[in-house]
Design a binder for this molecule. Structure first.
Ligand code: GRF
Length: 207
């Protein structure tokens, strides 16, 4: 079993998609050992509790978005739940902090993130709004490994959606979110079945 830790900050719909995938045995070779939130009282914590998954809240109020000391606490929490850097997986699911290089290096190619745009387009904040304003006709969701720079690591899976003339940020976000919920569990399944091969920037299916 691959021990999985999920880091969250908010609503938790991607967390729920992952936990549902474990419950319905779409993911059979990984188990979510802990959900860690940097914000108290968020929806994601309630979702974890509903699924009887251990939770930890490491409140980052007043701290900078990137902070090696805070990262060290997060890593210690993950490790205390068995999510180690040798065989574990850390899934960022709506996690609004930036991981420092020590964290990213330690868990190299063992940290996944979901981004609501087709990277490398629109990294960073409010990608759906910026995609709409830019006038793109296609957008989507990306699952990638974390790297030192935000939203920049090797791409694991992507799914595209059309951008419609009458779209608002909300309608486009909703369409993209449905794809996030589909491809995040798929990426985790592939990882836990050791089917992902990473060579430089390229992630391919191991044969
Ligand atoms: C998702 O759109 C994700 O791509 C982005 O933040 C949102 C989090 O939503 N990084 P949720 O907390 O998973 O519902």
């Amino acid at each position: 079993m691959v021990p999985i830790g999920v880091l969250v900050s908010g609503r938790g719909s991607n967390l729920e998609a992952i936990l549902d995938a474990v419950d319905r045995k779409y993911i059979t070779k990984g188990e979510v050992r802990v959900v860690v939130s940097n914000k108290p009282g968020v929806g994601a914590i309630e979702i974890a509790k509903k699924h009887r998954v251990p939770t930890a809240v490491l409140d980052d109020k007043g701290l900078p978005k990137m902070d090696p000391k805070y990262d060290a606490k997060t890593m210690a929490t993950l490790e205390s739940h068995g999510v180690n850097s040798r065989d574990g997986l850390v899934a960022l699911a709506g996690y609004f902090r930036i991981l420092g290089s020590q964290f990213v290096e330690k868990y190299k190619n063992r940290i996944m993130n979901v981004h609501p745009a087709l990277l490398p387009s629109f990294p960073g904040l409010e990608p759906q709004k910026r995609a709409l304003e830019h006038g793109v006709k296609v957008s989507g969701a990306t699952i990638h490994f974390a790297a030192k720079d935000v939203d920049s690591g090797p791409i694991i899976l992507q799914a595209h959606v059309p951008v419609r003339d009458d779209d608002t940020v909300d309608t486009l976000s909703e369409r993209i979110l449905r794809q996030e919920h589909r491809i995040y569990p798929e990426a985790i399944r592939l990882f836990t079945e050791r089917k992902l091969k990473v060579e430089g920037r390229r992630v391919t299916l191991a044969t």
